[in-house]
Structures are given as C-alpha cells and as structure tokens.
Design a protein around this ligand. Structure first.
Ligand SMILES: *Cc1c(COP(=O)(O)O)cnc(C)c1O
Length: 355
C-alpha cells in the first residue's frame, strides 16, 4: 500500500488553501495592483527584437551583473549595500524565511498586511506572530515594540506602504522598530513608485535593515523580478538559499532594457497617482463608502455588505478584491486597484448601482 498525500504532506500544508486568483477574462481587472497601462508600441517592438536574439538554450548568469548594475543605477541603491534578486519579491520573502528558520525562530509582522509573510513563515517552518494594527489601520507602535520584546523575532516584515490597507506608517515609528529589533527588519517597498518614500538610503547605517522592492506594481508584474538591498553579510547568506537560476534570461534581459526607459514607467505611475486622487474624491462623494488614506496604487474602502457589493460588481464585470472575512479588522472591506480613467469611471458607476 502506497501512502496517500494526506499521510505524507505536512499538516500545515494540508491545512492551507491554494492562493486563489479569480479568472478575469472579459472583466475590468482591478484586483491585483497591476499597472493598467501597456508599454508604448515602439518599446514593445524593441523588447520583442531583443528577446529574439537571446540564447535561451543557456542558463542565465546567476550573478546577473548587468541587471544588478542597472538596478543600482535606476533606483539609487547605495554602493555599500549588496543586492539580492528574486523571481518576484514573493520569492525573496521565501528566501528570507528559509534562511532564518532555525528551530523556534519567529517572523513578526503587523496585521493585516501582505499574506505572503505569514504563508512563507509557515512553509519554512518559522513561527509567525502577527501584531494587530489599530482599527483605523494605523500602527500601534508601543504594542508593536512590546510584541517584539516578547517574541524576539529573527525577522520583522513591514510593508511601506502597507498592503492591503494602503497607508504609510510614520517614518519615526519604523526607525524605532529598526533600532529596537533584535534581528533583521525587512522594509517592503513594493509600492515605492506611488509613495515616493524610502528607507533605502538608511541601509548603510543600519546593519539589520533590508529594503525590498519589486518591479511588479510599476508595470512589469509579468516578468517576475524583485530585488532587495542590505549589508553584504546578509545578502551573502541569503544568496546561498536563492535558487541559482531563479531570474530567467528573458527577465534579466527585458528588465535591463526597460530600466533604461524607467521614465516611461514613472510617467505611468504619475498618471496612476493623479487618477488615485480623483478616485478618492469620487469615492468620498458616494454615500455609504468610506475610503481609507492611501499612498499606493489601490484604495481600501469599507461598504455596507461588502460580500454582496463584491458579487454585484462581479456580475457587472468589475473585479475587485474582497477582503471581508480575511481578517477581523477588514470586515466589509474591498480593495480597489486604480485603473485607467475609463476603467475607474465604469467601476464607480457599477459601485453606485451596487450599493
Ligand atoms: C505585490 C506585493 C509583493 C509581491 O510582489 P512580486 O514582486 O510581484 O512578487 C510584495 N510585497 C507586497 C507588500 C506586495 O503588495
């Protein structure tokens, strides 16, 4: 008799639900914080020609020197910091957890925050400690510091701005956390393009600080590329855990070329920010809708009967993210990614009908 998966698979994995992505064909897709704009035609053709020349019979260079040099130049990574690249920043989170998963080691994060912190801790065999935010999603610093003293985390993850709430925690609060944390602090700046605030320049002075980013929200979610900057001593250990060929030949090459045209992506991010401001205003005018403050490319709102509103929007071919039920603090909350002006107008019309 062969064992069944139920007999052999780890209990905590049997208890997990697979990450679910709602099929979005034919929908206005405002659920995943993607940049709604395509690349300009000429740039797409340039990338196509470039990809056609690539030696895809060869493994990628695992050290990716050209890509790292471009990342350093494009995003002003301090020379004293070393760089880690990931197949999306999701993979970097996993690498951090795997690297630090000593017996009993803790990964600590505010809650609600990015779900992959908890999932990666669980998959790596780390203990996860979530510290609740205040009901308005601000950071309760004293509570957070007390939780750190109690749990002595090997690593603290803080999304800056936070996902799914959209707000930026105060810079001084993060500085305190970095100063008082007993281990590594990862500041996850996935939404940097929309917030314009960073801890990257503090990496050289803080040997326990790692700043992590992704090109996903900036418009390149499809190529899967994340990066992190920290002291070389940290990156050297994390690099041992990173699968050597994790960032493909195609991703490396396309990213290198597109980072030369960062201005194109940054202009799109500026358009998203303008549209975000307009959208917040229009949401505030809708009776029953309460938008929370945001510095990201999405807006968290609270509505009466979020499950019903979500289903109604879906019927009208508008896909947003229903967070109601995912955390007690997120009761009746929906997360709306900022789309193009046309998409946002259709979403607002549908929302007004659904309320
Ligand atoms: C989207 C997101 C990520 C993951 O980005 P990828 O690079 O696409 O894997 C990481 N952190 C936060 C907070 C995010 O919202």
């Amino acid at each position: 008799m062969k064992a069944t998966p139920q007999q052999l698979v780890r209990e905590e994995i049997l208890a997990l639900e697979a990450y679910s992505v709602t099929p979005a064909a034919g929908m206005i897709k405002l659920d995943a914080m993607e940049n709604p704009y395509r690349l300009p035609e000429a740039l797409r053709e340039e990338v196509g020609r470039l990809v056609s020349t690539l030696p895809i019979n060869r493994y990628p260079d695992p050290t990716a020197p050209e890509l790292k040099a471009r990342l350093r130049a494009a995003f002003e990574i301090p020379a004293a910091a070393a760089v880690l690249i990931g197949n999306g920043s999701d993979e970097i989170i996993q690498i951090v957890a795997q690297t630090l998963a000593r017996q009993g080691a803790v990964l600590l994060a505010p809650e609600p925050s990015f779900v992959m912190y908890r999932v990666s801790a669980l998959l790596a065999g780390m203990r996860y400690v979530g510290v609740p935010l205040a009901p308005d999603f601000t950071l309760d610093l004293e509570r957070f510091l007390a939780a750190m003293r109690e749990a002595q985390p090997a690593v603290v993850f803080i999304a800056y701005p936070n996902n799914p709430t959209g707000n930026l925690f105060p810079e001084a609060a993060l500085a305190r956390i970095i100063a008082e944390a007993p281990g590594l602090v990862v500041v996850d700046e996935a939404y940097h393009a929309f917030a314009g605030r960073t801890f990257l320049d503090r990496v050289p002075a803080n040997p326990n600080l790692m700043v992590m980013r992704t090109v996903s929200k900036l418009g390149l979610a499809g190529i899967r590329l994340g990066y992190a900057a920290a002291a070389p001593e940290w990156i050297a250990e994390l690099d041992k855990v990173r699968p050597p060929y994790n960032v493909s030949v195609v991703t490396q090459c396309v990213a290198e070329r597109l980072l030369e045209h960062l201005d194109v992506l940054e202009r799109q991010a500026e358009a998203v920010k303008r549209e975000r401001a307009a959208l917040v205003g229009r949401l505030q005018d809708l009776k029953g809708v309460a938008p929370f403050p945001t510095e990201a490319n999405f807006i968290l709102i609270r509505v009466p009967h979020a499950d019903a509103v979500f289903a109604c929007l879906k019927e009208r071919k508008v896909l947003v993210r229903n967070l109601s039920g995912s955390h007690p603090l997120l009761a009746d909350c929906l997360r709306l990614t900022v789309g193009t002006p046309g998409e946002n107008a259709l979403m607002l019309d549908a929302l007004a009908e659904c309320l």
